[in-house]
Design a protein around this ligand. Structure first.
Ligand SMILES: Oc1ccccc1-c1ccno1
Length: 233
């Protein structure tokens, strides 16, 4: 998978050189290219924003640099990309979205700042590929970089070969609509807290049943919205 990121803070994505995704890049599973939007400006001040038509507070990101950046990206693209613009006004990004996008050959993340990107950029991008405005949840960030990083990780880790043991992707929170079960490791007793006996029993069937029960109980307690409204469903 090729991933392009357009941002005014390219250094923010240096962290993608390390950890799991850094190894994935080294293994050729993930080709991440970060672009500084200011490299696509033409004035001496490298201006990327201006005042909003119709008035209002804040600044809007100018369309020209974005147009030039998207053109440069698609110019050497092997396939039509999917453009992802993090936005509080976007569709909700979920594990299902991550799985859907993990098979895309080319993703382009456009990181907005200020009051957002001129709306015409999304219309232009739609002539170059699919466009998805994506929200991580109902809260406000200062820009799209944090959201893009989270989505790149959520998507990247699902690419075959990125996570060493694919089994570790099973029974994770949200993979099948339930939260994951609690985990324990040595020592069996720690500061008066003991590991549940069933996990020390060596009885795999009982452990599986206990873990399933824990997942349902946790989901019911913390995220009842994830459970089917009709229990008979
Ligand atoms: O609040 C934002 C500002 C810019 C880009 C994205 C966001 C956002 C908020 C929640 N998910 O994404």
């Amino acid at each position: 998978m090729r991933v392009d990121v357009v941002t005014i803070f390219p250094a923010f994505f240096d962290v993608l050189e390390v950890s799991l995704l850094g190894k994935a890049r080294g293994a050729g599973l993930l080709d991440v290219r970060v672009h500084d939007l200011r490299e696509y400006t033409t004035d001496r001040h490298r201006t990327v924003d201006d005042t909003p038509y119709g008035g209002g507070a804040g600044m809007v990101m100018k369309p020209e640099p974005w147009g030039a950046a998207l053109d440069a990206i698609v110019a050497d693209a092997a396939s039509r990309p999917t453009f992802i613009f993090p936005s509080p006004a976007g569709e909700l990004f979920t594990q299902a979205t991550a799985r859907e996008l993990s098979v895309a050959p080319h993703l382009v993340f456009g990181c907005g700042r200020y009051e957002g990107i001129d709306e015409r950029v999304f219309a232009y991008a739609a002539t170059l590929g699919d466009v998805r405005l994506m929200s991580l949840g109902d809260y406000v960030l200062n820009g799209g970089e944090v959201a893009s990083m989270a989505m790149i990780e959520a998507i990247g880790r699902l690419i075959p070969g990125v996570v060493g043991n694919p089994e570790s992707l099973v029974e994770e929170s949200h993979e099948d609509g339930l939260l994951e079960y609690p985990s324990y490791t040595k020592p069996a007793a720690w500061r008066g807290y003991d590991v549940p006996d069933v996990l020390l029993s060596g009885h795999h069937g009982r452990v599986a049943d206990w873990r399933r029960d824990q997942r349902v109980a946790r989901t019911r307690e913390r995220r009842p919205d994830l459970l089917p409204s009709d229990p008979s469903a």
